[in-house]
Design a protein around this ligand. Structure first.
Ligand code: NDP
Length: 676
């Protein structure tokens, strides 16, 4: 078989391996299949190219443009995923492992594409939170905004997820408007290289948005500036070394780390053998131990069960693990493939031996196990290994040694506080799970363990059919953890995009804030349109365009009619004495919904026109009661416009109802879909 030459993509050119290239072996056969790396790579040129070409191109686009780009990229990868599957087997991964890495990565990109369209503006500035009132009369306000960093994101990834590991970082980076240089782990970089080639060949990305380093990074990190970000996944040792780089420290370069973690899973005190929770626990633990041959940053390393159930868990788990067919991942019957390399195998066996100093191996023998369709000696195969630690309080290595393979240690707990204490002994993890049907147990764990874990996963009979698994980081939720897990945070929806943007506190007048945010701020200039705004198409409406209605007097008859028509005869609208006893009302008052209905009647233009539908109402507040005899009027202002598809866009209107004394009776935002 000819050796694959894994190239880098630098400043618009593919660069083949050269001096300093490293050989890469198949995880299944141990034979060299590829080489990658080139000491002559112009890393400074790559950084410059990303900053000047990629960044400038990406920043021309709005968040929605970039979200559409992500959707197209994910769709393109989806069409070509078979080629990625085919190549991935040599990393030791099975077809179901590919689903997590390749389909999971593509799915993550789709979620960011959709969140970008739904939760971010079709603009260049992201508004973070609401307007802050900084002055009595509202002429001086505050607003936090986020704008893309002007540098480059350097993504250093681990070997275990060559596709997901890249895409989960790339999607929020590109959505933010920042170019990326991706450096996959050399052991599995041939899969990442193909995914990068597919994305570049699709022509979807603007020039300079994505570059690839296959092999070593050289001295790239020595040339980073305060506008750059490093996002790292891998071992704690490497993270410490890289984040201690003097240039990174001196320039306060953002450094996001996701590293080893001694994740735990707790069997709830209620989950006795025979309950659906007990079976679920055994299933989840065995799946976490064997998926990707245990090479998952989120895998369960410590199994924490009630002391009385430890034997039952060992028995049930061993029976399940015994059914795990180990072998060539290309075989359909194989349930667990190989570790990524023989050096990882050595590392896992060394770490298992360290755990063995404090715990007894109760399942799995690395010197005696069968491998289907491959040579157990040549490939990086190990069996699942279960250890039992009888004295977890006095043990330390079981709480701090990560064997990055199918290795886990069970330990018993006396009561829930003890279980929480053991879970927290990991000194910071990416995820801890609790299998319980008792909400009070869940609450105690959330309060007692939340500060030590980036994610808490609760599962039981009610959620098990739809739950996504202890080990699956989801694009909607944060991934990362405190302490040992690296202290970083990735994904979590738009939160993850903000890691690649600068948050800036803006202070100024309503017009200044309206212009920066492309969103009208109350107190800002009102624009008088040439015609009723409901007669104007989406593209014709200006931000700030305002309609003031004529006043309408609310009568007692209106209140009576509305009450009997709708059935809402609540005493505050019907009984003057009772209403007066209520601290909120001066006497009988109009229904809030009557006021909203009147408002619609006052601002509507009834003819068929560009307003297609009323799709909702946000942030409604009733501020001042309206009594019979009061007169109300409405101000309707175009606050924000968001294109939705080729035919129409959403208009967000600011609506204020005031009484005869210009006091605000109600305020809300009305949403309509308007034709272009
Ligand atoms: P490393 O920390 O060695 O590597 C992670 C990434 O960092 C790789 O891309 C690697 O590149 C890169 N890297 C290493 N040294 C440097 C450097 N000096 N400058 C720039 N980049 C560098 O982890 P491994 O992949 O070797 O795995 C070792 C152990 O780490 C595992 O056994 C496991 O315990 C842990 N690990 C934890 C993960 C987690 O998510 N919790 C994921 C993966 C590993 P290259 O491959 O070219 O060396």
């Amino acid at each position: 078989m000819s050796l694959l030459e894994i190239s880098s993509f630098a400043a618009g050119q593919w660069v083949a391996p050269g001096a300093g290239a490293r050989n890469i072996a198949s995880a299944i056969t141990g034979e060299v299949i590829a080489s990658a790396g080139n000491d002559a790579l112009d890393v400074r040129g790559m950084l410059d190219y990303a900053r000047t070409v990629g960044g400038a191109n990406l920043r021309k686009l709005t968040f929605h443009d970039r979200a559409r780009m992500l959707k197209a990229l994910a769709g393109h990868l989806n069409q070509h995923k078979q080629a990625l599957y085919d190549l991935s087997f040599d990393t030791g991964a099975t077809q179901s492992d590919h689903m997590i890495d390749i389909d999971g990565g593509i799915g993550t990109m789709f979620v960011f594409a959709s969140k970008g369209r739904r939760e971010m503006p079709d603009a260049h500035v992201y508004l973070d939170g609401d307007v802050e009132q900084l002055s009595r009369n509202g002429t001086f306000l505050g607003q936090h905004i986020c704008t893309p960093l002007r540098g480059v994101a350097v993504h250093i990834n681990a070997f275990n997820f060559p596709v997901w590991g890249m895409l989960e970082k790339l999607a929020p980076t590109l959505l933010a408007g920042v170019p990326a240089i991706v450096k996959p782990a050399t052991n599995s970089c041939y899969v990442t290289e193909l995914a990068v080639k597919l994305m570049l060949d699709s022509g979807i990305l603007p020039e300079g948005a994505l570059q690839l380093v296959s092999g070593g990074l050289g001295d790239m990190l020595d040339h980073l500036t305060m506008q750059d970000v490093v996002s790292f996944t891998g071992s704690a040792n490497t993270a410490l070394k890289l984040r201690a780089n003097p240039v990174i420290l001196e320039n306060s370069v953002r450094f996001v780390a996701e590293q080893d973690s001694l994740n735990a899973s707790i069997l709830g005190p209620d989950a006795q053998p025979g309950t659906p929770e007990f079976d679920l626990f055994v299933k989840e633990v065995s799946r976490e131990m064997t998926t990707k041959a245990g090479q998952k940053c989120t895998a369960i390393r410590r199994i924490i069960a009630p002391q009385a159930q430890v034997d039952a868990v060992i028995e049930a788990l061993s029976a399940r693990l015994a059914k795990t067919q180990i072998g060539d991942p290309r075989l359909e019957t194989t349930r667990m493939g190989a570790l990524v390399s023989n050096s990882q195998k050595r590392d896992v066996l060394e770490k298992a031996a360290i755990i063995g100093q404090e715990a007894e191996r109760v399942f799995g023998d690395p010197n005696n196990f069968s491998v289907d369709g491959a040579d157990a000696e040549k490939g990086a195969f190990v069996p699942p290994m279960l250890f039992h630690c009888a004295d977890p309080d006095n043990a330390s290595r079981v709480h701090d040694t990560e064997a990055f393979g199918p290795v886990s240690t069970i330990m018993g707990y006396r009561d829930l506080d003890h279980a929480i204490d053991l879970a927290n002994r990991g000194q910071g993890s990416l995820v801890a799970s609790v299998i319980t049907h008792d909400p009070a147990v869940a609450r105690d764990v959330a309060i007692g363990a939340g500060a030590y874990h980036g994610r808490l996963y609760f599962n039981n009979r009610d959620s098990m059919k739809e739950s996504t698994g202890h080990g699956s980081p989801l694009p909607h939720m944060v991934h990362g953890g405190p302490g040992r897990a690296g202290g970083g945070e990735e994904m979590g929806g738009v939160r993850g995009v903000k890691h690649y943007m600068q948050r800036t506190a803006i202070q100024g007048s309503p017009d200044i804030l309206s212009a920066i945010g492309e969103k009208w701020v109350p107190g800002g200039t009102e624009i008088e349109g040439p015609a009723h705004p409901f007669t104007r198409k989406f593209g014709e409406l200006s931000i700030g365009e305002t309609l003031h209605t004529a006043p309408r007097t609310v009568t007692l008859e209106d209140i009576e009619t509305f009450a009997h028509f709708t059935g809402d005869t609540f005493y505050a609208h019907m009984d003057d004495d009772a209403a007066k006893r209520n601290p909120f009302f001066p006497g009988r008052v109009a229904h809030g919904y009557l006021l909203l209905s009147f408002a619609a009647g006052m601002f509507v233009q009834p003819d068929e026109g560009p307003v297609l539908a009323n799709t909702g109402l946000d942030n409604l507040r009733f501020m001042k009661p309206v009594s019979a005899g009061d007169s109300i009027k409405v101000r309707l202002t175009v606050k924000k416009k968001t294109p939705r598809n080729e035919e129409y866009g959403e208009v967000r209107w600011h609506v204020t109802l005031t009484n005869q004394d210009d006091e605000i009776a109600a305020e809300y935002e009305l949403l309509t879909m308007n034709a272009y």
